[in-house]
Design a protein around this ligand. Structure first.
Ligand code: B12
Ligand code: SF4
Length: 540
């Protein structure tokens, strides 16, 4: 039987690849999961100018945070990867790739083919939206949902068949010196309940990180240890221009309808996972819009409360925020919720982002979330070359008016391959064309609005201040100072809660001692005070 290694890059969650692995195992082809580096490596620097996909930049009071995944693979980590591949005697290697890691996959695929002579198969979102790029390097590219496709491919290869002649739907085949085979698109599985749950056995997979190998040991440093990320469905009814769905719906319109698992099937997955990992503390529903179907939620909520009851997180969308949904989520134990806002300007949302959600609807949704006292995470897209000052002003005033407890997740517009906004911007000469200096100014104001460092009137006033526009670093120094203070506050809060728990421990120890010994434990300080009192009393 073929031995297969599946590699995830900087992402030990890798839900899609875990689905592929479990489907393979169900059909007699167990796969070894190798997590090459873990999720959440951040560099606090601006994106290197020479990296084409420098689109992973977030903006926060410390400045711009570039999610740098490509520069910290150490020689030892590389060596460990090669040792595993060599000792495992694998026949095939699969990679799961989002676009932002494609450069890492290109590099290692070439090395793996040269060093081990193994065929390499790519799947994942980048394979789906940019197969043309993938097939330059990967031997086989799985476009779309990969469970059935990967099984068919491996079965064919095992039986000595030639994938270039087999016309497997969804499969692209590299042919050096010739045009690649570009497979017809493939319909995804209709019934998600028929798929086995994603392979999840963290103790039995490999993780290469910190210059060493983690295997057969709990990954206590990883979110995977205490959070379980899952999807209860696939697909989204929308097609926002910056999102992967805009590409998929355009290129494969027949393949992408929202499909949902049955509520019981999703609950069974969580129950099974908790048996393997009883210390799980949090469930994260990665569905694009968890609240999209009322009937589904109505059925799911009581099951979740009864059989799971853990705090959870999910995404929502302004059109699916209402009192009823929020009550249900609150009753289920929601910890926090994320909602896309993207821009405060209706023009940008409608005409550029293809999002038909009015600003007033967004604000109403925020009011409701605040009313239910749910912690919110609002996504904002900045550094957008289609915006005018008027659009930016709309975002600024929206941010200044967000009610309730919230965080902002402010990311620069990401030019993912194939999205309608990338295609449009390329044809209009606007790709990566945002005025970075101007956004240095506006982003600082956005953050000041978020953290309530100035009133709406003051912020609007600042937008008219030419000196500040020319020198936004003044604003950034305030923001940096604010970040320092927030860090100190957080530390103080931690110390306070540690002191509290130590006190509680001491009190319970004291109570136990007292009940065992029948003696009252008196604080030393009290005892000394008593003796002083008695001496003083005797002397007077
Ligand atoms: C869950 C999720 C995460 C999770 C976990 C990642 C994961 N892959 O499990 C976390 C929180 C870590 C995450 C983070 C980020 N994410 Co994310 N995430 C998602 C999300 C919402 C769901 C993914 C999912 O599970 N889908 C369901 C599964 C079943 O589908 P699938 O992943 O496509 O897998 C199928 C196929 O692709 C294929 N397949 C997958 N792997 C393989 C391997 C082989 C060998 C084969 C044959 C087939 C195959 O078969 C699978 C099963 O059918 C998607 C949006 C979406 N709806 O897909 C965004 C998405 C993948 N994320 C995205 C982004 C941008 C990010 C961040 C950069 C966000 C940020 N700014 O911080 C970070 C980067 C993190 C990192 N280090 O990788 C973009 C990627 C765009 C792109 N072109 O690459 C997406 C598509 C969102 C979007 N709407 O555009 N994300
Ligand atoms: S609602 Fe979210 S997941 Fe759906 S298309 Fe828009 S950005 Fe993508």
């Amino acid at each position: 039987m073929a031995k297969i290694a599946l590699l995830s890059l900087y992402d030990e969650f890798c839900i899609g690849m875990r689905y592929v692995a479990s489907h393979m195992a169900k059909h007699g082809h167990p796969c070894t999961i190798i997590n090459f580096k873990r999720y959440n490596k951040m560099e606090r620097e601006a994106a290197p100018k020479d990296i084409e996909d420098g689109y992973l930049t977030q903006v926060c009071p410390r400045g711009e945070v570039y999610l740098d995944y490509s520069t910290d693979i150490t020689p030892r980590e590389e060596e460990i990867l090669f040792e595993i591949l060599s000792e495992g005697n694998f026949d095939f290697v699969g990679f799961s790739i989002p676009s932002y890691h494609a450069h890492v996959a290109h590099k290692y695929t070439k090395i793996i083919r040269e060093k081990f002579g193994l065929p390499v198969i790519w799947g994942g979102v980048h394979a789906t939206v940019a197969a043309e790029d993938c097939v330059k390097t990967a031997d086989y590219v799985a476009v779309g949902e990969g469970e059935e496709l990967f099984l068919e491919l491996i079965q064919l290869l095992e039986s000595g068949g030639n994938p270039a002649e087999a016309a497997i739907p969804g499969l692209w085949v590299r042919r050096p010196g010739q045009e690649p085979i570009r497979g017809e698109s493939r319909m995804p599985p209709k019934e998600l309940d028929d798929l086995p749950f994603p392979q999840y056995d963290p103790l039995n997979e490999y993780l290469i990180e910190d210059g060493r190998l983690y295997h057969n040991e709990p990954l206590v440093f990883s979110q995977l240890h205490w959070t379980y990320k899952m999807v209860t469905g696939r697909g989204c009814p929308y097609f926002c221009s910056f999102c992967v769905w805009s590409t998929i719906k355009r290129d494969m319109p027949e393949t992408k309808k929202l499909r949902r698992r049955s509520p019981q099937n999703a609950i069974d997955e969580i129950i099974a996972v908790r048996k393997k990992n009883p210390q799980l503390m949090m469930i994260e529903f990665e569905d694009d819009i968890f609240t999209v179907q009322k009937d589904w939620l109505d059925e799911f909520a009581p099951l979740y409360k009864k059989h799971v009851g853990l705090p959870f997180w999910c995404y929502t969308y302004p059109a699916f925020v209402n009192d009823y949904n929020l009550e249900v989520l609150k009753d289920m134990g929601i910890a926090y919720i994320t909602m896309g806002v993207q821009s405060g300007s209706d023009r940008i949302n409608y005409e550029v982002f293809d999002r038909r959600t009015e600003r007033k609807r967004v604000l109403a949704a925020m009011e409701l979330i605040a009313k239910h006292d749910i912690l919110a995470n609002y996504d904002i897209i900045t550094n957008n070359p289609y915006e005018t000052d008027e659009d930016r002003m709309q975002t600024l005033t929206l941010l200044a008016n967000i009610p309730g407890r919230f965080n902002l997740h402010m990311g620069k517009l990401a030019w993912f391959p194939g999205t309608t906004i990338s295609v449009r911007a390329a044809s209009e000469g606007k790709l990566r064309a945002a005025d970075e200096d101007l956004y240095r100014f506006w982003n600082a104001l956005y953050l000041m609005a978020q953290h309530r460092l100035a009133t709406e009137e003051q912020l609007v006033e600042m937008t008219r201040n030419e000196e500040l526009r020319k020198n936004p670093e003044v604003l950034w120094s305030i923001l940096n100072r604010f970040a320092d203070l927030s860090d100190l506050q957080r530390e103080a809060e931690q110390l306070r809660s540690q002191t509290e728990s130590l006190r509680a421990e001491r009190d319970s120890f004291r109570a136990k001692y007292e009940s065992l010994s029948g003696r009252r434990v008196v604080r030393v300080g009290t005892k000394v005070a008593d003796s002083v009192k008695s001496i003083v009393g005797a002397a007077s």
